[in-house]
Design a protein around this ligand. Structure first.
Ligand SMILES: [Cu+2]
Length: 431
């Protein structure tokens, strides 16, 4: 299957709506940074910066008749491009790379340029080019908003009403091993897939056994574990058991501890479990793409002194081509955590994305009991728990307060915009 990362265009209704709104924005708003070319010259050269997930400036103005050249630099950590249409576009620019986009003299009007990497435009990688429409220096109408207050209310309430929305596919299902002379054997296949992140929003992803997150592996200290990884991707891969003591040859870094697992090839990992806690397995090739695209899963090792809990929930945080997700889904398709009054809820946070996510639970504090699988000598209460890329944090919540409690990333651009809640938002329901 072809990932098609350079030209994939999200064909979903939601993407269409966002694009349509963006075109309306282009025609009516002048919010954000404005890059302006001198109106007295016949050529306009504008510096443009690409990063996760923005295009700076967010609005470019040139005078009618000017030949427009964009000098583009990718200051981000993954590949981006910038396209006006299917012909006027840069090649994919690696992190740190630069490119030039010559657009020539365009007719008067507003144009939208965007990054064509799957999902990036929806995350904010667009800019508006206005040719000759506004008087030079006239930024006084900037509002930053594109919807009326009534439209915002209607959209906000409609999205809330959908929660928890059904979508095709779910990840993180506990996988039963096949036993081979006492060895717990897990067969995993990596492949490109289409993944429905929220209702109607289908994005290009990568998955183990068709799930994002991949199947949840649960073992105990002392278990002998074998993972047979088959690579059905169109690129090489490898698998790393993040947080586990393993023999060096099982560490999963191609070129350092093992050969590349090329398309069509397989590799077997086998080791004895030495340490408990909340851990992860994930790709260790083309990591800034393969992991955010979905090649990740929970690797949980039960020890002998687990904190007492009645309800347990793995929460894998991710950002990238799938958008801002919890366990592979964005609000309103995220799953609520449900507990009875008096129960103890254990949440195992894992961050597989490229950004930090401070997770805030309304109503009740979170007792932080472990970091990266290691019990804390002095657990502490917090209402907002920061999980950085690669980290795992275990918390216990005493479900003492009745009601439906909002539960979200507190980098609010990961959770809400003028259309309402999206991405890293879910709820804890105590009833
Ligand atoms: Cu976040």
């Amino acid at each position: 299957m072809k990932f098609g990362m350079a030209v994939a265009i999200a064909a979903s209704l939601a993407a269409f709506v966002i694009a349509t709104v963006a075109v309306i924005v282009a025609a009516t708003a002048t919010g954000g940074a404005v890059g302006e070319a001198a109106a007295t010259t016949k050529a306009a050269t504008v510096d443009v910066e690409l990063g996760e997930f923005y295009v700076k400036p967010a609005e470019i103005k040139v005078a009618k008749g000017e030949a427009v050249t964009l000098q583009i630099k990718n200051t981000g950590t993954v590949q981006h491009d910038l396209a006006l249409d299917s012909e006027k576009k840069t090649p994919l620019l690696n992190a740190g790379a630069s490119g030039t986009l010559s657009l020539g003299a365009l007719a008067e009007g507003s144009y939208q340029l965007k990054c064509t990497v799957a999902g990036h435009a929806e995350l904010g990688m667009t800019t508006t080019l206005t040719v000759g429409a506004a008087a030079s220096g006239d930024h006084s109408t900037a509002t930053g908003g594109t919807m009326t207050a009534a439209q915002m209310d209607a959209s906000y309430m409609a999205r809330l009403k959908e929660y928890p929305a059904k979508t095709r596919g779910s990840g993180n299902a506990v996988m039963e091993p096949v036993l081979d002379n006492g060895v717990k054997v897990y067969n995993l296949t990596a492949d490109e897939i289409e993944w429905e992140v929220e209702p109607g929003v289908v994005r290009k992803g990568m998955a183990y056994n068709g799930q994002i997150p991949g199947p949840q592996i649960r073992v105990r200290v002392g278990d002998r574990v074998r993972v047979n990884l088959k690579n059905d991707l169109e690129e090489s891969t490898a698998m790393h058991f993040h947080g586990q003591f393993v023999p060096n040859a099982m560490d999963g870094v191609a070129g350092i501890t093992q050969p590349l697992i090329e398309p069509g090839q397989s590799f077997t990992y086998e080791f004895t479990i030495r340490n408990s806690g909340s851990h992860m397995y994930h790709s260790h090739m083309n990591g800034a793409l393969q992991i955010p695209a979905g090649l990740l899963g929970a690797f949980i090792v039960e020890g002998n002194n687990e904190p007492q809990s009645d309800v347990e929930q793995v929460m894998i945080l991710n950002d990238g081509p799938l958008g801002y997700t919890i366990n592979g889904k964005g609000f309103p398709a995220t799953a609520p955590i449900v507990a009875k009054p008096g129960q103890k809820v254990r949440i195992r946070y894992m961050n597989e994305g490229l950004q930090i996510h401070p997770m805030h639970l309304h109503g009740m504090p979170q007792l932080v009991v472990a970091k990266d699988g290691w019990p804390l000598p002095q657990p502490y209460q917090a209402d907002t728990v920061l999980i950085a890329p690669g980290e795992r944090v275990d918390v216990i919540v005493d479900a003492t307060e009745l009601g439906v409690w909002a539960f979200h990333c507190h980098i609010l651009s990961h959770a809400e915009n003028e259309q309402g809640m999206f991405g890293m938002v879910t709820a804890m329901i105590v009833q």
